[in-house]
Ligand binder design. Structure first.
Ligand SMILES: NC(=O)c1ccc[n+]([C@@H]2O[C@H](COP(=O)([O-])OP(=O)(O)OC[C@H]3O[C@@H](n4cnc5c(N)ncnc54)[C@H](O)[C@@H]3O)[C@@H](O)[C@H]2O)c1
Length: 305
């Protein structure tokens, strides 16, 4: 099946690589010529990092017009800017340019699928397909149905992703943040409240996660862990803890103040911690090297299996 990827940024080029390696012809569209021009080198770098044969990159074709990119596609995935008005316009154009049997997916991280599909005539064919960053290393994809999505569209999408080596899960409600980002931000909410209250500094908090329960999370989910230790223990902990957890009704004032002061993170040299450019680069390298190694290990295990 031909795949079209709309938006060739951080996510789009990685999604294109995933489908191309799985054997699909992939058409990539971006209105920004510079973004489009970077795709071949970015994709080549992914193949290098995975020690994989780069030949499938030749299945990726670049398009500066949406019309030609989606012509002949059976599945279109949008990875444009995270702005609802832009996504609505893209989906209105996709609706006009594609036949009714073509699946239209958005890689949005948080915008309700129903809103993105507002200008599509037949919304049964629209759903969320939320890849994580970087899509070529992180296997999970949240497949999000809106209350209008046809379940056969969900099934076809799950099968397409699984055949491409991804690990799709079905999210049955179109709620902000789906599953993964809700969990991630619930953790961030408490983390910010803890450092705001002076319980520890940001570096210590990150160590508690990465060297503590985070070191288990890749192999043991939180509900599996609860079942393992016994739900009575989880209940005892919740009786003591839940009422004490942060319940600030909006973004935490510390986060608001940092952003207002221009302390927006590594790129600014300061966020929850101060960063030199070298320190920031070291964190990015550590992060990408780890994910690439994990991806190579999974691929090797699949090849043996
Ligand atoms: N970055 C992440 O960690 C991450 C993770 C999961 C999902 N997402 C989601 O994926 C989507 C893309 O994010 P990204 O990080 O790749 O952004 P990005 O800014 O790197 O890429 C977006 C691309 O869309 C292009 N674009 C602009 N207007 C367009 C239009 N009208 N039609 C098509 N393309 C257009 C831009 O030129 C750019 O190349 C967003 O919805 C984002 O929320 C991002």
């Amino acid at each position: 099946m031909n795949i079209a990827v709309v938006g060739a940024g951080l996510m789009g080029h990685g999604i294109a690589q995933v489908f191309a390696e799985a054997g699909h012809p992939v058409a990539v569209y971006d209105p920004d010529p510079a973004a489009l021009a970077r795709v071949p080198e970015r994709v080549a770098e992914i193949f290098r990092s995975l020690d994989a044969d780069p030949a499938p990159a030749s299945r990726i074709a670049l398009h500066d017009r949406l019309e030609t990119a989606v012509a002949g596609a059976g599945f279109v995935i949008e990875a444009g800017p995270e702005r609802v008005a832009i996504k609505q316009e893209i989906f209105a154009a996709l609706d006009a340019l594609t036949g009714g049997d073509v699946i239209l997916a958005s890689n949005t991280s948080a915008i309700p699928i129903r809103d993105i599909a507002a200008k599509v005539a037949d919304r049964r064919r629209v759903l969320g397909v939320h890849f994580w960053n970087p899509p070529h290393y992180v296997p999970l994809v949240e497949v999000v149905q809106s209350d209008l999505t046809d379940l056969r569209v969900v099934d076809r999408t799950m099968a397409l992703l699984a055949a491409a080596g991804m690990s799709p899960v079905h999210v049955r409600r179109d709620i902000p943040g789906f599953i993964g980002n809700r969990l991630q931000h619930a953790l961030k909410r408490e983390a910010i409240a803890l450092i705001a209250a002076g319980v520890c500094d940001a570096a210590t908090l990150d160590r508690v996660v990465t060297e503590g329960f985070g070191s288990r999370l890749g192999v043991l989910g939180p509900l599996e862990q609860s079942d393992m230790v016994g739900l009575n223990l989880t209940l005892d902990a919740h009786r003591v803890l839940i009422a004490d957890l942060d319940r600030t009704p909006g973004p935490h004032p510390l986060l608001e103040a940092k952003v207002a002061a221009g302390e927006t993170g590594m790129a600014a040299g300061c966020g929850f911690r101060a960063w030199t450019p070298e320190e920031a680069k070291a964190v990015r390298t550590r992060f990408l090297d780890h994910l690439a190694r994990e991806a190579r290990n999974r691929r090797a295990a699949r090849a043996i299996g």
